[in-house]
Ligand binder design. Structure first.
Ligand code: ASP
Length: 330
């Protein structure tokens, strides 16, 4: 029983053009063998690491289809005896891929994602420490049954809550609504609290490619001009509203019209907290938008709401089923 390591690229796997690459531009090109060779302490894990190099790309280039295939491969690895899974990838989209995995992962074995903020050519790269923390978490019985996790900076975050909150800091990953659910302390995985698990969505072939879900972030003095073309191009829309889920009154009508044609999910652009359900009454408030047919995204941030909505649309869910899922996850 080992840990299955899948590599997808990102800063953790980046190097310059020459030996060491210092001074040059870095691109993703290190393999899983390179990554594990930089972490001698992996030898003390007690279980072997089985490396699967899948891709070496900036995480901006990852796709839904790739992550669905990854979940499938990881599930196969567990079926073949792996006690846990580690995925290394770029940090830019990690909060989204982790949530996508979390929605689908049907197993008790830990599925742990990690990456790095400092590439291996810099002083004090964090990739080796993050990989070690992720492997320890994946191998730990304490992390079973928690769904997808993000191990970073010796913290363990639930995929459901984690956000990338800084562009360069090695402490970029945080869970603003909950804090980390655990820590790696002196090499020991300590899980302090368990996130509520939801029924996983069915893991089967879903055609995500033609399914477009737009994300509109509402801004000061916004008007409906950028929203109107969505009626012809998107199958779903996530609105990142002000504060507790508000938009300028000029947007309320157009959003209501869109909600008659496609699921439109209301979230908050603030980065923490929930949209409300029954407090404000103005045109463009949360109650007004719900009355016009928008689905309340609850505590789901806009990026995670978009993941859930696209996955459900790809699976053929109707508005009622989508609203029910958001009520559960939000
Ligand atoms: N731009 C990089 C990526 O997401 C950053 C990183 O790897 O952390 O692949």
């Amino acid at each position: 029983m080992g840990v299955a390591l899948f590599t997808l690229g990102g800063t953790i796997a980046m190097a310059g053009p020459g030996q060491g690459g210092a001074g040059g531009l870095v691109v993703a090109r290190l393999s899983g063998a390179d990554l594990t060779a930089a972490v001698p302490a992996l030898g003390e894990l007690g279980v072997p690491l089985e490396v699967h190099d899948l891709d070496a790309v900036p995480s901006a280039d990852l796709t839904f289809a790739q992550i669905l295939a990854l979940v499938d491969s990881a599930s196969g690895a567990v079926e073949a005896g792996a006690c846990g899974v580690v995925v290394t990838q770029g940090t830019d989209t990690l909060e989204e891929t982790a949530f996508l995995v979390d929605l689908l992962w049907p197993r008790a074995e830990p599925f742990v994602l990690t990456g790095a903020m400092r590439n291996p050519t810099l002083a004090g790269p964090d990739g080796p420490a993050n990989l070690l923390a992720a492997a320890r978490t994946a191998a730990s019985p304490a992390a079973r049954g928690l769904g997808a996790l993000v191990a970073f900076n010796d913290e363990i975050h639930a995929a459901r809550w984690v956000r990338k909150t800084h562009s360069t800091s090695t402490a970029a990953f945080a869970s603003p609504n909950t804090g980390p659910i655990g820590h790696v302390i002196e090499g020991r995985v300590r899980v302090l609290t368990a996130p509520a698990r939801h029924r996983p969505l069915p893991l089967g072939p879903v055609a995500v490619d033609g399914v477009r879900v737009a994300l509109h972030t509402v801004t000061l003095d916004d008007d409906a001009d950028t929203l109107l073309p969505l009626a012809g191009t998107a199958q779903g829309l996530v609105v990142a509203g002000f504060g507790v889920g508000h938009v300028p009154s000029a947007l309320a009508g157009p959003l209501g019209a869109l909600a008659q044609r496609m699921p439109v999910v209301l979230t908050s652009r603030t980065g923490g907290g929930s949209v409300l359900r029954h407090t404000y009454g103005a045109i463009g408030s949360e109650t007004d938008l719900q009355r016009r047919g928008l689905i309340n995204g609850g505590l789901l941030d806009p990026y995670k709401a978009r993941i859930l909505l696209r996955l459900m649309l790809a699976g053929g869910a109707d508005r009622e089923a989508i609203a029910a899922r958001f009520a559960e996850h939000g």
